[in-house]
Write a protein that binds this ligand. Structure first.
Ligand code: GRF
Length: 210
């Protein structure tokens, strides 16, 4: 059984999808042991408390700089013997200290089809605003490994979602969450915990279920 830490900043609907997936056996060989929030107001913390999961708040203003923040993050992850770190809407920048300490053990959910609509400034509703402004007919979500390159790590899973004529950023966000994010993140976490993800440069191969 692998130990999972989920890093959050907001509502925690992706955290909830992971909690539910663990309960109903979709998230195989993984146990969510820790939630770390970058915001004291994140409703994700309530979701952790509702499910008996230890949670801590690490806000960047408590630390002198990104390196000190990153040291505190690694220390907490190590305390919980973390095997997999999942970024589920985590908005605080951390340094290479974290990606080095947890190399190829951090995954992130991005609400678009990387390499489209990603990188600096593309988070939350901003992503869907840009998608609608561009006129594309299809968007979606991506789960990828986290490296020091923002949204640039090897892609694990993607799922397409249609853009509708009358979509607003809010309706599109909700549909991408419902149809893609909340399915992909638990599936990717489960594949990782089963040891079925093989990183090959920029590619990720998925081994067949034993
Ligand atoms: C999601 O849209 C996710 O794709 C993005 O941040 C949002 C987090 O939402 N990274 P929630 O906190 O999981 O509800």
């Amino acid at each position: 059984m692998l130990n999972i830490a989920v890093l959050v900043s907001g509502g925690g609907t992706n955290l909830q999808a992971l909690i539910d997936a663990e309960k109903n056996g979709i998230l195989k060989n993984g146990h969510i042991k820790l939630v770390i929030s970058s915001s004291v107001d994140a409703y994700a913390l309530q979701r952790a408390r509702n499910n008996g999961i230890d949670s801590f708040v690490l806000t960047k203003k408590e630390y002198a700089n990104v390196d000190d923040y990153s040291d505190a993050l690694v220390k907490k992850l190590d305390e919980y013997s973390t095997d997999l770190v999942i970024l589920a809407g985590f908005l605080t920048i951390f340094s290479k200290k974290v990606t080095d300490a947890y190399k190829n053990k951090i995954i992130n959910i991005h609400p678009a089809l990387i390499p489209s609509f990603c990188g600096k400034g593309y988070y939350g509703l901003h992503v869907h605003e840009a998608v609608l402004a561009s006129g594309v007919k299809v968007t979606g979500a991506t789960v990828h490994f986290v490296t020091e390159e923002c949204d640039g790590g090897p892609i694990i899973l993607q799922k397409a979602v249609n853009v509708l004529d009358d979509d607003t950023p809010e309706t599109l966000q909700k549909r991408v969450m419902h149809e893609a994010e909340w399915k992909l993140l638990p599936e990717a976490a489960s594949l990782f915990c089963q040891g079925r993800l093989i990183i090959d440069g920029k590619k990720v191969h998925i081994k067949e279920e034993m």
